[in-house]
Every structure is written in C-alpha cells, then in structure tokens.
Write a protein that binds this ligand. Structure first.
Ligand SMILES: *Cc1c(COP(=O)(O)O)cnc(C)c1O
Length: 386
C-alpha cells in the first residue's frame, strides 16, 4: 500500500458515507455503455419488443443455464403469469413462506387461490420443509382446498433447501415455482437460481441483486410449453399473430430500454457477485458470535442480495448504527400472516419461527462497492466498538 492509498483508505474508513445499496457507484462503472444502448434504442425506435428483449432473454439463459426465459414487467407479474398458465385459481391451496415480501402472497390471491402460510427454518430464514409437509397434510385433512403449488422463496439471496422441498412436492404431486426475486446469483447443487426449480420468477426492481432502472422481472422455465403459454399471456393472451385472444392475458412486457439496462448489468454481475461474497464472509467472520446461528444450506451458495442477521438486541444495534450514520433495514418487521390483508389466512397457533425472526432481523449495508474499510466500520458499530 502506498502512503497515498493509506491516506485514502483512512478517509474512506472514517468519512465516506456508507450506502445501504449503492446504485450510483454501479452506474458510474457502466454509464457509457448504458448511454450507448439508450441511443441505439432512440435511433431504432422499437421501444416495445425491440431486439434487446430477446438479447436479454438469451443472456439470462446463458448465465443461469435455464433452457428458457421470458423478460416481464416486474417480479410480481413473473409470479402471476405462470400461475395463470397453470390454471391456479379458486379452491387451490398455494404454500408460501410467511417470512417474505407481500408480493408472494398477493400473486396467489390475485389468482383467487388461497395462500397457506408455512413457517421458516431459523437457520436459513427460508421455508421449513417439515412444516410444509404438515401444512399440506392439514389442508388435505380439512378437505376444503386442493393443494396445487409450492412457492419457496430464496430470502435475502439464500437458496431454499430444494432437495427437501422437491421431495415433499413429489410425494404430494405439487408444482414448484421458485420466487428468486432476491436470489439472482444464488446456486443450489451446482445450478444457478433460475435453473433450480421447473419455473422460477425473479425481479429486476432496482434494489434487487440484478436490477434495471425501473420495474422489471423475468420468468425461467425448464419446459418450453410453459414458456410458450406464458409468452402468450404476457401479450394479452394472444396467439402468435397477436391478433386473436386465445386465453386471458395481461400486459406483462418488459420494454427495450429496461432490457438493455439488465443486459449491461449482467455483464458485470459475476464480478459483483464475487465481491458480495467476500463482503458477506468478512461480515460473518466478525459477527458470528453476536448473531443467531445462521448458514446457507449445504448444497447452496447465497447470492447475498441482502446480508441479514438475527440479533437479541436488534433495536439497540439499529439505533447504534444510525448514530454512526450507517443505514440498515428490517426485512421483515411484520410476518405476512400478521398483516391486515392476509390475517384471515393466519394458521391457528401462529408461526413461531417467523414471528421470532420478525423481532430479531436486521439487514446491514450490502452492495459490491463497499470497501473493506467501510465493512469494518459497520462491523465495529454492530459490535459497539465505534
Ligand atoms: C421484490 C420481490 C417480489 C416482487 O417483485 P416486484 O418486481 O417488486 O414486483 C416478489 N417476491 C419477493 C420475495 C421479492 O423480494
């Protein structure tokens, strides 16, 4: 390290504000390329369905290994469109974790289906396969709803325990659609998120690990027939000529400008993921003794969309970080089954692990442009040593 570096590093460690997610630093890196892409689109004028759409879908398939992908309007539509294609509706039970973003539950209810909340595993924060099994059995025993689908959510970027979930799905003949809105870049059993489950939904909301400059999302498929159905639904349920409505559909398209942004961000994504992983390791090495035991499933690698700890003294730590001008966030302060819109689906007896986590979790700054000095500043503040 030269003396100039040392001075910069010192300034960085004490004065440069820490961002929770730093889209500005990322933009500075790719700004020229994005501007060139926007100019090309302004020139060709195909704002909808331009060549950028297929280019992104191909790039997403190349990266994830998924055989088929569709770019769509947002992560919620990425969940809704496959449910429409698969005919999920009234009288159907769809099993979702209670510890997730509200969109997972909204997507189910928009189909007229019933969300059945499943508790999560305290160590992984994701759907507990044993509780999933017992919820399926309870729904079958009650005899009112038909179990149809499981939507595991890779919360914070951590892939679910897919082997166990697939086993339960197979035993009960249920479909699995992964909600990978937070886990682009995660891996399970050697497969990237997008290629783990038969159908996967993701979001390109700007704060997600791979984001655009607006709303966006994608659906990944193993089966081409599913892809083709969803492609029709994405364009108002029309046939190939787009003149005749052959099923109910919606406007689920992603425009050319957003597709170009995601394509450019995907080029630097491997590098960003490597840095996120380093940062997560640095955090965990320093903080494992103050947080609840936490692990990524044995066959998995997190995409580190967020870095979240469960802490005894969560509120005190958050206040301390705020005083040190370090931004934090709580995902999620309220379990879905406790929210007014979903409380009627709350399981009797509640969901103890989810409820406990809601009182304990705290997400620390996580983005690939954090310096080691900034990470250390966050660590010190969490430990109360700043
Ligand atoms: C963000 C998110 C969604 C919804 O994505 P949008 O693009 O905001 O519609 C769905 N599920 C989870 C788990 C999310 O985090």
């Amino acid at each position: 390290m030269t003396s100039k570096d040392a001075v910069l590093d010192k300034a960085d460690a004490t004065t440069v504000p820490v961002a929770f997610i730093d889209l500005k630093a990322q933009q500075a890196r790719i700004r020229d390329r994005i501007e060139a892409r926007f100019q090309a689109i302004l020139d060709h004028g195909a704002y909808i369905n331009g060549p950028e759409v297929r280019e992104l879908e191909d790039a997403l398939c190349d990266f994830t290994g998924a055989p088929h992908a569709l770019a769509v309007s947002n992560g919620t539509d990425a969940l809704v469109i496959p449910m429409m294609a698969l005919g999920i509706g009234a009288g159907d039970a769809v099993f979702i974790p209670a510890f997730t973003y509200n969109a997972t539950a909204n997507a189910v209810l928009m189909q007229g289906a019933t969300p059945v909340f499943v508790d999560v595993c305290p160590k992984h924060f994701t759907m507990d396969p044993e509780h999933l099994e017992s919820q399926i059995q309870a729904i079958k025993a009650a005899g009112k709803l038909t179990p149809k689908m499981i939507i595991p959510v890779d919360l914070f970027g951590i892939p679910c325990d897919y082997d166990a979930i697939f086993q339960v799905a197979k035993a009960h003949d249920l479909m699995v659609m992964a909600d990978a809105a937070q886990s682009f870049g995660a891996k399970y059993d050697g497969k990237w998120a997008g290629n783990i489950a038969p159908i996967t939904a993701t979001s390109f909301f700007p704060a997600k690990p791979l984001g655009c400059y607006g709303d966006g999302g994608a659906i990944f498929f193993h089966d081409k027939a599913h892809r083709d159905l969803c492609e029709s639904i994405r364009w108002h349920g029309t046939d190939d000529g787009r003149k005749l409505s052959v099923r109910v559909g919606l406007n689920g398209r992603l425009d050319s400008l957003q597709c170009a942004v995601v394509t450019e961000k995907l080029r630097i994504f491997p590098d960003e993921l490597a840095r996120r992983t380093e940062i997560a390791e640095r955090y965990w090495d320093a903080l494992k003794d103050v947080a609840d035991p936490f692990a990524v499933p044995t066959k998995g690698q997190s995409g580190w969309g967020l870095f979240t700890l469960a802490l005894d003294n969560r509120d005190a730590v958050q206040t301390r970080l705020k005083e040190a001008e370090i931004p934090t966030a709580i995902y999620y302060q309220t379990a879905l089954h406790k929210m007014p819109a979903f409380v009627e689906y709350a399981p009797a007896g509640g969901l103890p692990v989810t409820e406990r986590l809601a009182d304990r979790v705290l997400s620390l700054p996580m983005h690939p442009y954090l310096t080691d000095a900034q990470v250390d500043r966050v660590i010190k503040a969490v430990l109360g040593r700043s």
